[in-house]
Ligand binder design. Structure first.
Ligand code: AVJ
Ligand code: FE
Length: 445
């Protein structure tokens, strides 16, 4: 008996071309982020929270070698001797500068050698059969991995002292949005996915979740909104903070979002080396989960749960279906969302009317990662794929989920189902939030 391949030869070719395109886009970005600074800035540690940029670069190449050269390609190792140096579980970020890392020239040569082999593997690979290569999954996973590290490198750039080295055009203008909040009716929706070919293991499988009615903000909380909390002495009143959040706020001496400063009686913020007046209509960024939670309490609201966030982003009341993105199933364009480091900042609220969900919730995708109130965990039926260190080892109450991607997230690593996570004290990432609340009885009609 003969079996018909799922993909025609032409479909295989289209998929190969798509893979080559996303890999190339990721590499252009990694190259730009590492060529922007000198060797000293590539090898030094800009913050104890971050790796030296040259570690990220070689780690990108090492993951690509492990999965695409050795596993998918079945080829000989390029540099087996360095696997241990670039294993994120072997050395904490703080210790990485002291390791005998590849220098800038060696690291660049290494990632290029690996990529050349990978493009050859791609030319010969059959993109179906084994789950790892089905729909070119492993290639998509590696492109996402590189882009995730590019976002991490962008966060390192934000922590770097000195003159600006990155540039990008400003984002589109904001606008006044029709309503500040919308009601999302009670009922089930499909959370997660079983059909998105490059969805990672933690996004799977699709499953029904009942969500009670809730009200959610149509836009992320802005710097102007957040400033009102700061000026109302919100950082000095424990009633808005959880006990853990307050303890951290006290111990770390935090009195405003990261990168905000008061200068001659005015607030300024530093963004990739540029000091500028606080942009009041832009989503607040560089806040921790604890700060987000405190603001929400002060505003008489709360953070959305992860299920609420995803329902607001994907549920289409007209069909009962869950969309890939708030605006529909089409991949994001520049009209839909601020992604991919196209701009070096979040866009003002109202900048993306074409990105709205059916219920009118805006800027869920792009601009700033949004903290949710949920711990990171596996969905019912979760299965490790292809390795437990991507997601599973982080499941549990130590990590909070963030959703939606930021201006520094590439579209390949951003979907309505995509899940990010971090410690609730972290704020060097491009993290913001929006508020939700329980409906008042009269709003339920
Ligand atoms: C999903 C962003 C939390 O950077 O720690 C990179 C992504 N995993 N290399 C991280 C990741 C392995 C991960 N986050
Ligand atoms: Fe990694």
């Amino acid at each position: 008996m003969t079996t018909t391949p799922d993909l025609t030869a032409m479909e295989q070719e289209k998929l190969r071309a798509h893979v080559a395109e996303v890999l190339t886009r990721a590499r252009s970005r990694s190259t730009a982020l590492t060529d922007a600074v000198d060797d000293h800035d590539l090898t030094r540690q800009h913050s104890r929270l971050m790796s030296p940029l040259v570690w990220d670069l070689a780690h990108i190449g090492n993951q690509e070698e492990l999965w695409l050269v050795r596993d998918v390609g079945g080829r000989d190792p390029v540099r087996q001797d360095i696997d241990e140096l670039y294993d994120a579980f072997k050395h904490a970020r703080v210790d990485r500068p002291a390791l005998p890392l590849l220098g800038p020239t060696e690291a660049r040569g290494y990632v290029t050698e690996v990529r050349d082999k990978v493009l050859d593997v791609l030319d010969h690979a059959v993109l179906e059969g084994r789950p790892l290569v089905e729909g070119a999954f492993a290639f998509g996973m590696i492109a996402q991995h590189e882009q995730q590290h590019d976002e991490t490198m962008l966060a390192t750039h934000q922590l770097r002292a000195g003159a600006p080295v990155l540039d990008a055009p400003p984002p589109p203008h904001g606008r006044r949005v029709p309503a500040g909040e919308v009601l999302v009716p009670a009922g089930p929706f499909t959370m997660g996915t079983s059909i998105e070919p490059w969805a990672l293991d933690n996004e799977r499988p699709a499953h029904q979740v009942h969500v009670d009615a809730f009200v959610i903000d149509t836009t992320p909380v802005t710097c102007g909104d957040y400033l009102a909390f700061v000026e109302a002495r919100g950082y000095h009143d424990p009633q808005w903070w959880s006990p853990t959040g307050w303890a951290h706020r006290q111990q770390a001496g935090i009195t405003a979002p990261r990168f905000w400063e008061r200068e001659d009686g005015r607030w300024v913020r530093t963004r990739f080396g540029v000091r500028e007046p606080l942009p009041l209509d832009e989503p607040v960024v560089h806040v921790s989960f604890h700060e987000a939670e405190a603001y929400a309490a002060w505003a008489g609201k709360r953070l959305p749960t992860e299920a609420e966030w995803e329902k607001a982003a994907r549920f289409d009341p007209a069909t009962g279906r869950s969309r890939r993105y708030p605006w529909g199933d089409e991949d994001p364009t520049a009209e839909h969302a601020n992604l991919g480091q196209r701009h070096l900042r979040p866009a003002p609220v109202g900048a993306y009317p074409a990105g709205a969900s059916p219920l009118g919730v805006e800027q869920l995708i792009g601009d700033v990662w949004e903290w949710t109130s949920s711990d990171f965990g596996g969905y019912p039926g979760f299965a490790v794929f292809p390795y437990p260190e991507y997601s599973q080892v982080f499941f549990g109450p130590k990590f909070k989920v963030l959703r939606g991607g930021s201006f520094g997230t590439d579209p390949v690593a951003c979907r309505g189902t995509f899940r990010n996570w971090d410690y609730p004290i972290r704020r060097q990432i491009f993290s913001g939030f929006r508020c939700a609340r329980d409906p008042r009885p009269e709003e339920l009609g």
